[in-house]
Design a protein around this ligand. Sequence first.
Ligand SMILES: *Cc1c(COP(=O)(O)O)cnc(C)c1O
Length: 385
Amino acid sequence: MPLPVRDPILLTPGPLTTSLATKAAMLRDWGSWDAAFNAVTASMRGKLGQIVNAGDTHVCVPLQGSGTFAVEAAVNTLVPRDGHLLVLVNGAYGKRMARLAQMMGVRTSVFETAEDAPTTPADVERLLTADASITHVGLIHCETSTGIENPLAAIAAVIARHGRALIVDAMSSFGALPIDAQRIPFDALVAASGKCVEGPPGMGFVFVRRTVLEQAAGRSTSLAMDLHDQWVYMEKTTQWRFTPPTHVVVALDAALTQFADAGGQPARYARYRANCDTLLAGLGELGLVSFLPPAIQAPIIVTVHAPPDPRFAFKEFYERVRDRGFVLYPGKLTAVETFRVGCIGAITPADLRAAVHAMGDALDAMGVRDRAPRIGSAAPATVAA
Ligand SMILES: *Cc1c(COP(=O)(O)O)cnc(C)c1O
């Protein structure tokens, strides 16, 4: 088996392949009291805010940890004890948001559609009309377990019209898909360092409506997850409340400089779109079939049906493709056998083209000839309280 001579390219939904300049930014140690480091924190928060046009209405509160920590912190800080959260679910991350809310004792309802069916504004209209006790709605913008895009702007408009609050998990869409806080009404939008802004993993951040966060003092049932406290402390001292992920912060700040220099969100979208189109075309040439119809496929991650050929085994396929320099991702669907290929990170269509060749070589070496799935039908939508 050949020894890899350079790092493999990560075709995963995070951690992902970062640029050399971003990696190089991590070659220094910083003290958390150092004014120079705190200036980087301020710079990073400002750059993140610009990406969603946060203006004066929304503040950026960073939080140590993976993305889920920031989702949990947003729910814990913003939903009051007598609140009622409706989570719109069509995949694993929606289920995760519902679970973390339930675990903290928040009254939680779930509206679940099939993994290949976006939640619609009409669904949300009906649900909010039927239940006046719902105070908050949780939505996953791009459900990374399949790559499906839910219609954020249209759903946000319905929620605002009903006077309810929206908490968005935009983890895998932020930076790649357009999100404008001045046009899309939300109380909180959550993302993380190691996704489409192409930093290293280890830090989440939440854009919170300032007037809402000001009202949230003392609401959190968790010390470490209290976004209000984190925000107030950071505004007052310029420092992080607890040990900051210093290397992640400086590398993310470097990644955000590159993001802006390369043309910002529209340019990032265009590169990921080209990556995704190259991948989809290549999969077609290999005889593989993607799970989602193109209309609801975000250019973030592609779910691919596993070939039905008995010679196919994901573990062997994964290892063979990795030995050729590319790291794939397992599937996350319960009903059908799939694997996933990410389009995000500091990678280009040429990398995706090479990855398709690697997948083709691996399938040939395994003798996998029967590659197109026999596709069943999707499950209907269900509501559970
Ligand atoms: C990556 C991701 C998360 C966070 O996952 P972590 O493993 O905690 O970083 C949450 N939601 C979505 C949609 C994601 O893609």
